[in-house]
Design a protein around this ligand. Structure first.
Ligand SMILES: *Cc1c(COP(=O)(O)O)cnc(C)c1O
Length: 359
């Protein structure tokens, strides 16, 4: 076995909700730990499944995801062959690491961030260098620049960032790109970009014309509500996309996922409703936390990162009361997915109860 794999601490996937509910003997359990869309997905996806024909399940799917590729390329105004689709964005992240990293290459991370960047770098025998976010949760771009060495191959920018929820402007990313040597690939993971409000042109995609070392990642798992169907993609500079296609498995996206993502993309009204409801609940969360003097980072996502003493115990307490949230991403911090109104209120009431009993 490769040495790097022997030392690996695997990604901890969510325990199936029904199993956890049974194990804890709970009447109700709501998962607010995985940033899923509480409003489900587009009704068009449900309709697709109602009329789904099993007739062609003995045939391989379209290995190029042609229709989905065309639709996404038009939606984002990029060339169809700039797109590399994956079985979830997770697969694209893994592909980037497999394609570009060699042993002892260095990878720069602004931490805390999505754990899979580090995990995949480690599998390739690369070394990840952590540059902590600033006190307000924002990326320390100067710190990243200072951390660049001749060994640096990849820089990951999660924007907005998981778990801090903070968003960096395209202007700041542009300034950063101007200082990064062109032989270093900068990957901007925009898994939560749909939830950014109050900013025109929030995506780093517009910078690809200027920089040939910039990659932008998207997923159907969050705002589109298709986490179960596993569709994500990267928008690459053309030459890089071709190499990536050669490394990728030929039939990584099944037909069900391709068609579901296509109809989900076409239902932008669902995305707008999702974002409007999430933002309204996000404001209520911010008002609540401000009121309670609980420190938090300004979120542009569908989750909120909050600073609480004994976060682990709080998380346990919430779970006993039917709400699963995420701890362990930073000592004394919890990441809570913004759920449906009644659930957010219930969690907030539980937090007040906890705080009052702790005092
Ligand atoms: C959820 C998430 C992903 C993975 O998305 P999938 O498409 O479900 O694999 C990637 N990046 C970030 C930052 C995420 O939060």
């Amino acid at each position: 076995m490769r040495k790097t794999v022997q030392q690996l601490k695997p990604y901890q996937p969510e325990e199936p909700l029904a199993d956890l509910k049974k194990r804890l003997n709970l009447a109700k359990l709501v998962r607010l730990s995985a940033n899923e869309n509480p409003y489900g997905t587009s009704v068009h996806v449900n309709e697709l499944f109602k009329t789904w024909s099993l007739n062609s399940d003995n045939r391989y799917p379209d290995g190029q995801a042609t229709k989905l590729r065309q639709a996404v390329s038009e939606f984002l105004s990029v060339a169809p062959n700039q797109l590399v689709f994956g079985c979830g964005l997770d697969e694209v992240i893994s592909l980037i690491n497999r394609t570009f990293l060699m042993e002892n290459d260095a990878v720069l991370l602004s931490t805390p961030t999505f754990s899979e960047y580090q995990l995949n770098a480690q599998i390739e025998g690369a070394i990840s260098i952590d540059v902590p976010v600033k006190d307000d949760g924002h990326i320390d771009f100067d710190g990243l620049i200072d951390a660049i060495t001749p060994a640096t191959k990849l820089v990951w920018l999660c924007n907005p960032n998981n778990p801090t929820g903070t968003y960096e402007s395209v202007a700041l990313i542009e300034q950063f790109m101007q200082q990064v040597p062109a032989n270093i690939l900068v990957v901007v993971d925009e898994a939560y970009i749909d939830y950014v409000t109050g900013v025109e042109n929030s995506s780093a995609l517009q910078l690809q014309k200027q920089f040939s070392n910039l990659v932008v990642l998207r997923t159907f798992s969050k705002a589109y509500g298709l986490a179960n169907l596993r569709v994500g993609f990267g928008v690459f500079p053309l030459q890089l996309a071709q190499r990536m296609q050669a490394v990728r498995l030929p039939y990584n996206l099944n037909d069900v996922s391709q068609q579901a993502a296509l109809v989900a993309l076409q239902d932008q009204a669902f995305i707008q409703r999702t974002v409007a409801k999430t933002v309204s609940e996000r404001r209520k969360w911010e008002a609540f936390l401000t009121n309670q003097k609980i420190p938090f980072f300004k979120s542009q996502t569908n989750f909120i990162f909050i600073n609480l003493q004994q976060a682990k115990q709080v998380s346990k307490y919430l779970l006993q009361n039917g709400y699963l949230v995420r701890d362990g991403l930073r000592p004394d911090w919890l990441r809570i997915t913004i759920g449906e109104s009644a659930d957010n209120l219930a969690v907030q009431n539980l937090l007040v109860k906890w705080i009052n009993s702790a005092r």
